[in-house]
Design a protein around this ligand. Structure first.
Ligand SMILES: Nc1ncnc2c1ncn2[C@@H]1O[C@H](COP(=O)(O)OP(=O)(O)OP(=O)(O)O)[C@@H](O)[C@H]1O
Length: 700
């Protein structure tokens, strides 16, 4: 048996854990008594390691074999062990009680503000001492600005789960027990000490004997399930007491139950492996994203074996491209498939040595249901388009605002927060600032953040946090917006289609500026095309043209294409009228200030021109119609007789159509075929428009 030699670029410095002597596992007697190992581990002067003695006591408990959260089973188990229950209750009450007493003392001596940071830091240490359940609570509430005052958020989010490891001997025994084979039958090499230790488990690096592949083995702390069950029971009692004493409306015990169920899911490594398999299927194929392969056959509830990923923690590398890949992948998780990594903290994201972003730890996954996803997208659209009233309504739809809230006051407060957020433009919205200000407002108005949403928020906030360490000006929402714009333009959900319709037609008037902004934003989304763009020789304008046309002539662009055709038909109709006007203006006996065009036609002509520019990227060489002031100024342009009849076309199409033709020939076959169908569709629309107008003019 060999000790795994360091890989070419070791991930973890050997100094990470200094407790275990380097040894091969031939030195570990297979029949080792667990208690001796725990005793050795508790030799470390560390609050959490002492705690592992307590975990060990519980490791043989009935609660350790619970497969899922079941409060009545847990109650039954611990009612039979009142001593353990009371001892833990006493330990928790005295530890937390001391802290609350100090807080109370601060309050009566009016030193609360002064001592805020000190108390927050003390609380963090206490939570680590109290063990996994409390560390997990702290991790969960560190993304809940509605639950705790903003100043505590910073301290709790610092809570690192780099906790002292438990004995390697115990870990190896667990691997053998769980996998049912001697460890050296399964692995040809293994690291002599854990490469990382977290609240629920620790990780070893090993090589599979069967295939020679390097794997990571995650081993669950012995006794952790029983300890967490016990703590959950105590917390439920506590929640019951607080609810009665504090006269709370919320069912606090239900909150504990919901959290406990998710924690139990996280402690089941078989579920984690299944999540990993699904995550790999959905996102493992994305460009520059790595999702380790799960060895489901070698995985049990307490031992997880997966492909080893070599790389550096994302927080330690200065690579903005990784953040962009992260944003792209997060978008896919949140808004495309709704299955997302709900715990992408910096320790769970690595940059591989060949420049890819690797995701680890699939214990906590979230599901963003389609209706809520669409609601979230709508809210983003409303935020970007500064429609604050609609935004306040979105808050109700998303379940963020209780129906009892004083809507007017809340809307006003929210408007203030959002106005500030978008004041420097969409690309500069700081998610962190928005969250902070939103948190203060939410805390004040007693909003609640539904649990599904807090995970979404957390996942975006983590990404922005990492990005900021690389580029202080990085804005995650600004980078996500192109994806949102793209989604709105191509999605077939009826809800999103109707919000697009509402957005583009305000009081019946077509808002080309909004379409322009959506289309141009959507092109900033880092698609495969965009990634190819790095190598492409094409010049910028030709690429924009190609992307726009590819979008408009694609299966997914059908809904927007319909809107575009409608607007182009209106524009061409107006162009026809303008041509007629120009020709009449050329007649020797032209009537004074004759015009067949209404203001609406002029607008349509302007829209057509902007659409041509937008879709083709062609620069206008003729006088922009935008500058003409209504029908009169249009007619007063007095062109020379030869130019006159061409003027409207030049106004719309500019002069150089050649690049457009060359791009069309480069489009995919499907798009070219669609393009050939367009004239027929357009003629149909134009014909019905001209007919309707003629009838109107003749009979009215
Ligand atoms: N497949 C892997 N390849 C390389 N390193 C890994 C792998 N899996 C885990 N690690 C290392 O082990 C650490 C802990 O793993 P992981 O986050 O899965 O444990 P956890 O107990 O679920 O932690 P948490 O408390 O964050 O939920 C990671 O931060 C990483 O450093």
């Amino acid at each position: 048996m060999l000790i795994l030699p360091p890989l070419s670029r070791p991930l973890f410095p050997a100094t990470t854990f200094n407790s275990n002597p380097r040894r091969s596992f031939k030195n570990i007697p297979s029949n080792l008594n667990l208690r001796r190992h725990v005793a050795a581990a508790t030799g470390e002067v560390d609050a959490f390691t002492q705690y592992s003695g307590y975990l060990f006591e519980l490791s043989s408990s009935e609660a350790e074999s619970l497969t899922e959260y079941n409060v009545s089973k847990i109650r039954d188990i611990y009612q039979k062990k009142p001593l353990i229950l009371f001892r833990r209750l006493f330990q928790t009450a005295t530890t937390l009680g001391k802290w609350f007493a100090l807080r109370y003392y601060d309050a009566i001596t009016e030193r609360t503000d002064m001592m805020f940071e000190v108390r927050a830091a003390e609380l963090r240490k206490i939570l680590v001492q109290l063990g996994p359940a409390y560390i997990k609570i702290a991790q969960a509430i560190s993304s809940r600005p509605d639950l705790i005052p903003p100043s505590y958020l910073d301290e709790l989010s610092l809570l690192q789960d780099r906790i002292a490891p438990f004995s390697t001997g115990v870990a190896f025994d667990i691997i053998e027990q769980e996998l049912g084979l001697p460890i050296d039958a399964l692995f040809s090499e293994i690291s002599p000490e854990p490469v990382a230790a977290a609240s629920l488990g620790q990780v070893y690096q090993a090589r599979l004997r069967s295939s020679g592949k390097v794997v990571a083995i995650k081993v669950q702390r012995p006794g952790v399930r029983a300890a967490i069950s016990l703590d959950i029971l105590i917390l439920r009692y506590l929640a019951g007491v607080i609810k009665i004493v504090g006269k709370f409306n919320t069912d606090l015990q239900a909150v504990v139950d919901e959290w406990a169920s998710s924690l139990f899911r996280e402690m089941d490594y078989k579920k984690e492996a299944d999540n990993g398999v699904k995550f790999r299927q959905l996102y493992g194929g994305l460009k520059d994203v790595v999702v380790p392969e799960m060895y489901v056959q070698q995985t049990t509830r307490k031992v997880l074996v997966m492909q080893w990923v070599e790389g550096q923690k994302l927080a330690e590398v200065q690579d903005l491209y990784m953040i962009e890949v992260g944003v792209y992948c997060s978008f896919n998780q949140l808004l495309e498939y709704g299955f997302y990594h709900a715990d992408p903290h910096p320790g769970n994201l690595l940059r591989t040595y060949d420049g890819k972003l690797a995701y680890l730890d699939f214990g906590m996954m979230g599901e963003f249901k389609e209706e809520l996803r669409d609601g979230f997208i709508e809210a983003c659209l409303h935020l970007v388009n500064r429609d604050y009233d609609a935004l306040a309504k979105d808050f109700v739809t998303l379940g963020l605002l209780p129906s009892t809230a004083d809507k007017e006051a809340v809307t006003m407060a929210l408007t203030g927060v959002f106005r500030d957020a978008v004041s420097k433009g969409v690309r500069n919205i700081s998610f962190g600032d928005l969250l902070g200000n939103l948190g203060t407002t939410m805390y004040k108005f007693k909003f609640r953040i539904p649990s599904y949403f807090s995970l979404v928020i957390r996942s975006l906030a983590v990404l922005e946090g990492i990005a900021i360490s690389v580029n202080p000006d990085y804005k995650v929402l600004g980078s996500t917006y192109p994806w949102i714009a793209r989604k709105v333009l191509i999605d077939s959900s009826p809800k999103l289609r109707s919000s697009l319709q509402d957005l583009l037609y305000e009081d019946g008037v077509f808002r080309i500026d909004r379409l322009e902004s959506l289309l141009t934003e959507s092109l900033r989304a880092r698609t495969e095309i965009d990634l190819v763009r790095k190598q492409a020789e094409d010049d910028e304008s030709k690429l924009v043209m190609k992307q726009m046309l590819s979008f408009a002539l694609n299966e997914k662009g059908a809904f927007v294409r319909e809107i575009l055709l409608e607007e182009i038909a209106k524009g061409l109709d107006a162009l026809g009228l303008a041509t007629l006007d120009s020709m009449i203006a050329n007649l020797p006996f032209r009537p004074n200030s004759f015009s067949s065009m209404t203001n609406e036609d002029i607008n349509n002509l302007r829209t057509l021109r902007r659409l041509v520019v937008l879709l083709t990227g062609l620069q206008q060489t003729a006088t922009p119609v935008k500058e003409a002031k209504g029908v009169d100024s249009y007619n007063n342009q007095k062109p020379s007789s030869n130019e006159a009849s061409m003027l409207p076309y030049r106004l719309v199409f500019g002069q150089d159509m050649l690049p457009l033709l060359s791009v069309i020939t480069e489009l995919p076959q499907d798009s070219q075929q669609l393009l050939l169908q367009l004239p027929a569709d357009l003629v149909g629309k134009l014909f019905s428009r001209v007919a309707a107008r003629t009838i109107k003019r003749v009979f009215m």
